[in-house]
Unconditional design. Structure first.
Length: 447
């Protein structure tokens, strides 16, 4: 039996949900397929539970700051089970709201994984569904390595099901996931060692990444560079990590493998219908999210675009406008995308790093940097600096990159991102009226 739709969406993460609901509002008959709960990685195993844990870590540090200010209190430990209950109830509420919105929009929710059997046909649970437009939004998952003892450690998905926080952990990796978990686990009392193959947060501005590394070390996080881990061994609670130089690291109560993510593009029938993938498995798309097969599009982490929830959502909006909204040229502009690593302190960026800008524009690049201690922390005698950096080019000093490391940057960069997409210049920053006293005003005053 075959059921007909105008659009079939594979994957109910942020991107897939956006496409399904928006297309339905345009009157399309939509089917949404996913074997997991609505919300995908972001809601269930990524952004949302991670940010909740980050808030808990920030509150742990706020207790210490309050004592430094003179409040009569002793910092206490997090009741993990109480926190898990709060977090899980919140996430369940999000799932319920998604289900309600899908129902209200008239989207057919099919709780199964779909597989392409033709360029306009998907099979799931023994039933075939047909549509002239199919969108693949299946996301990505943690990379698993064929190393001896890999199964002794966790991947990021497993952190959220822990019954208790580990007392010590070895984290293999130096990217977003590794850095964020290293900081928040340390703030909650865990002894942390990071084993990094190259450098911390490759892809962020090197100067600010190094500044973050120094602050992390100051918090007691051990960062061991040039570590090519080859195996894990031992038993639960006493794990060791071997590296290619013959050194053994540990013992650790737990190990976290944070060695990247891979696209969920296997098992979908892509090769059989001619949808091309690159050598890493990412689905190849053009500027309009088209794959190599007419009528099949792809968005989000299953493609090689920046692996960020708002990117998938924005690309999904543009795609629906093109397919159903009467805007055949609609596409998403991948320039000046803001992003933040929720480390301690958070590190944010918009646009190009200094190295990327110099590679493109050479001697026309001008860089402005500011180091200062935010008032809130300076009052208590703290000396960890916030670092801000502007990367500009040309006679008008158009801003190509904006980078910030310090408390609160995760909130202050959003407005600057809007301005950068409109061609922000340093002169415009200098002519704006600052809000004083704030950290964000320093971004206006750099010279």
């Amino acid at each position: 039996m075959t059921s007909d739709f105008d659009l079939i969406v594979l994957g109910a993460g942020s991107g897939g949900l956006t496409v399904a609901q928006r297309a339905a509002r345009y009157g399309a008959k939509v089917a949404l397929l996913d074997s997991g709960p609505p919300g995908g990685t972001c809601v269930n195993l990524g952004c949302v539970p991670k940010k909740a844990l980050w808030f808990a870590s920030q509150l742990a540090q706020a207790q210490a700051l309050a004592a430094d200010y003179g409040f009569d209190l002793a910092p206490g430990r997090l009741d993990w089970n109480h926190f898990r209950g709060l977090r899980d109830r919140y996430i369940e509420g999000i799932r319920q709201r998604y289900a309600q919105r899908l129902d209200e929009a008239g989207v057919a929710w099919l709780g199964a994984q779909g597989r392409l059997v033709d360029r306009d046909t998907v099979e799931a649970g023994g039933t075939r569904y047909r549509a002239p437009q199919i969108v693949i939004a299946t996301g990505a998952r943690p990379r698993r390595l064929p190393l001896t003892g890999f199964e002794l450690g966790m991947v990021s998905d497993d952190i959220f099901s822990l019954s208790a926080l580990p007392r010590s952990i070895g984290i293999v990796g130096g990217g977003y996931v590794a850095t964020e978990f290293a900081c928040l686990l340390r703030a909650l009392g865990c002894e942390v060692e990071m084993l990094i193959r190259k450098q911390l947060l490759d892809g962020f501005d090197a100067e600010l990444a190094q500044a973050l590394s120094a602050q992390m070390r100051g918090q007691g996080i051990r960062i061991t560079p040039q570590s090519n881990v080859t195996a894990a061994r031992g038993q639960a609670g006493e794990l060791l990590l071997d590296d290619a130089r013959g050194a053994a690291h540990g013992p650790y109560e737990s190990v976290l493998w944070a060695v990247g993510r891979v696209p969920n593009s296997d098992g979908l029938g892509l090769d059989e219908v001619g949808v091309a993938r690159d050598d890493k498995g990412f689905i190849q798309v053009d500027a309009h999210q088209n794959t190599t097969v007419p009528g099949i599009s792809a968005i989000g982490d299953a493609t090689a675009c920046p692996a960020l929830t708002p990117v998938a959502v924005s690309a999904g909006y543009a795609l629906v406008e093109r397919l159903f909204g009467g805007q055949p040229q609609a596409s998403f502009d991948y320039q000046a995308i803001p992003t933040v690593v929720f480390a301690d302190p958070p590190l944010g960026k918009i646009g190009l790093t200094e190295a990327q800008a110099r590679a493109r524009h050479g001697d026309a690049v001008r860089v402005y940097t500011k180091h200062f201690v935010p008032l809130q922390f300076a009052v208590a005698g703290h000396r960890q600096p916030t670092v801000m950096k502007l990367v500009c080019t040309g006679d008008d000093e158009r801003v190509l990159g904006m980078h910030a490391l310090g408390p609160g940057v995760e909130e202050m960069l959003q407005g600057f991102a809007v301005a950068m997409r409109q061609g922000l210049t340093r002169r415009e920053l200098r002519s704006a009226v600052a809000i004083h006293p704030t950290s964000s005003e320093e971004m206006l005053l750099m010279h």
